[in-house]
Design a binder for this molecule. Structure first.
Ligand SMILES: [Zn+2]
Length: 165
């Protein structure tokens, strides 16, 4: 999928977490929600897509989401709550990718199982990788994601009333 859906999840989690100054939490959770796709660097290293360390492999696993998010948020204040929401942010990435129409599936259960999985329902069109996003197909995928994730984006960006006077 394109990155818009992952960012929408991160922004909504940031908004849910922090009543005061939610922008920095929206950014933090959005970065966590995007982090599993850092595995695209493995393409440049010659790692095949279907390898456990390839794209949508180990970095998209639920166990890695748990460990990664907790490690990233351990130094923050409100550790337990931020850690729990961080795990949701990272874990949502693999689950959303498993709801896309293309690719080879997601290694959700790595390291216990190298199999790649899809969810039973796959409403999200798979995005072209890299510069392919700057195409008609890329725009179509962004449009579909904008529609699917509009409720999360609205929740995150809807103006809040100030404190009661
Ligand atoms: Zn991904």
């Amino acid at each position: 999928m394109a990155s818009l859906g992952h960012v929408a999840v991160g922004m909504a989690l940031g908004r849910a977490h922090a009543r005061e100054r939610p922008a920095r939490w929206m950014l933090a959770f959005s970065l966590l929600a995007l982090a599993p796709d850092l595995d695209v660097i493995t393409f440049a290293l010659g790692v095949p897509y279907e390898h456990a360390l390839g794209h949508r492999g180990a970095s998209h696993a639920l166990l890695v989401a748990l460990a990664g998010a907790l490690a990233a948020l351990a130094p923050s204040e409100h550790r337990a709550r931020a850690g729990a929401l961080g795990v949701i942010a990272v874990a949502s990435h693999g689950l959303l990718d498993a709801a896309t129409t293309g690719g080879l599936g997601v290694a959700l259960l790595w390291p216990f199982d190298d199999a790649r999985y899809f969810l039973p329902a796959r409403p999200i069109p798979v995005a072209p990788i890299g510069a392919g996003m700057l195409s008609r197909r890329g725009l179509y995928v962004l449009g579909v994601e904008a529609a699917l994730f509009a409720p999360l984006l609205l929740y995150a960006l809807w103006p809040r009333r100030g404190p009661a006077e």
